[in-house]
Ligand binder design. Structure first.
Ligand SMILES: Nc1ncnc2c1ncn2[C@@H]1O[C@H](COP(=O)(O)OP(=O)(O)OP(=O)(O)O)[C@@H](O)[C@H]1O
Length: 355
């Protein structure tokens, strides 16, 4: 049986045209992406799109229908070949935490270190307790820790044997919003400190943005786009990614030149890389941060609803065409529903889809 040499950092994991399914029906279809050394990747998509199935296939708990998963120079899974999960040197953290209740925190963290010399294992546990901010908790039992502390222990336990890759399936979804907000950057910093490559599954885009270097957006088993959080927000390549990520509206527009579209907001010039011919009818994506409130603008709209967000207002504004779009305004500009406000357009990259 093949096995990977332990205690080495991952250089590269490559998925090529991976399909996975149940009873002959593919629920993950032709998934391809790479994860590099020290990178944190994320599978992001709505419930039931196949994220966990793909994660389980990487861990070795589901077989591949077609395609190949490679870690460094070794094929760990294909249609005809599968390295046993315990020989993949992959760690896992789950939503339900699942610490061993009858073991102390130190014993939980040491669980995967039974093959290590005693002293080295103890040193590793002490190092990890410190790293996850739980020095002094070694003799306590899981029930006496908060949810966030338990998830830190789960992380320490998963990375203790120095796996090549850490897989995390919705690890934060059982925690309340405030705790999640604190824990996510901490976990990211710990993984970066360890140079640990990791793949996170989540349906929460804010969590994906805060945690990941690279996000693969999935829908109905298909990866639509893999890119940095910035790329998938500002340069979505499919309508699904454009709609699923962030807020936004589509405006009907007509291409009027190599860098120009005409819409309800007038002629908009910007970087246009889709190569549409002049006069093509398109849907133009406008995000809330593309449309700013501006008293001096000739374009106006009527506020139909508003949300106070602390540092800014998010308005829904009706244009003269009847189309309603989002608009950002600093929180000093407190206008009422029904009031007309000026709008200026700040679109530098034009994201368009054919109608
Ligand atoms: N063991 C199984 N047998 C049959 N079908 C399954 C099994 N596990 C998952 N599925 C189906 O596969 C599809 C993908 O499920 P999966 O759990 O991978 O999605 P997900 O994106 O992780 O969803 P969620 O975020 O809700 O966990 C769903 O339609 C689900 O019902």
């Amino acid at each position: 049986m093949t096995s990977l040499p332990p205690h080495k950092l991952l250089k590269e994991m490559t998925l090529t045209d991976v399909s996975v399914g149940y009873d002959g029906d593919a629920v993950v279809k032709n998934a391809s992406f790479k994860l590099l050394e020290g990178q944190i990747g994320c599978l992001l998509g709505p419930s039931g799109c196949g994220k966990s199935t793909l994660l389980r296939a990487i861990a070795g708990f589901e077989s591949l229908m077609v395609g190949e998963i490679r870690i460094d120079d070794e094929v760990i899974a294909s249609q005809s070949h599968s390295v046993n999960p315990e020989h993949r040197f992959i760690g896992m953290v789950f939503q339900d935490i699942a610490l061993f209740p009858h073991l102390t925190i130190a014993q939980n963290i040491a669980f995967g270190l039974s093959a290590w010399p005693k002293e080295a294992a103890q040193e590793r546990v002490t190092y990890l307790l410190n790293l996850v901010g739980l020095s002094g908790f070694e003799s306590r039992y899981p029930h006496s820790l908060s949810g966030g502390q338990q998830q830190r222990v789960a992380l320490a336990r998963a990375i203790a044997p120095k796996p090549k890759l850490l897989l995390m399936d919705e690890p934060f979804s059982g925690l309340d919003a405030k705790l999640r907000e604190e824990l996510v950057p901490d976990i990211r910093a710990i993984l970066q400190h360890e140079k640990m490559s990791a793949l996170l599954v989540t349906h929460d885009q804010m969590e994906a943005f805060a945690m990941a270097d690279q996000v693969s957006v999935m829908s109905e088993g298909v990866i639509h786009q893999t890119g940095s959080p910035y790329q998938i927000y500002h340069r979505p390549e499919t309508r699904f990614v454009a709609s699923f990520i962030g807020h936004g509206d589509f405006l009907t527009a007509t291409v009027c030149g190599p860098d120009c579209v005409h819409s309800d907001l007038g002629n908009i010039r910007g970087d246009l890389d889709h190569g549409f011919a002049d006069n093509t009818q398109v849907d133009l994506l406008v995000r809330p941060d593309d449309i700013l409130h501006d008293d001096d603008s000739e374009f106006v709209g009527v506020i139909v609803s508003k949300w106070f967000r602390g540092s800014h207002f998010l308005y829904r504004v009706k244009l003269s065409s009847g189309k309603v779009i989002y608009c950002f305004a600093s929180s000093h500009h407190n206008h009422s529903v029904g009031q007309e406000i000026g709008l200026s357009v700040h679109l530098d990259h034009l994201v368009m889809f054919p109608r």
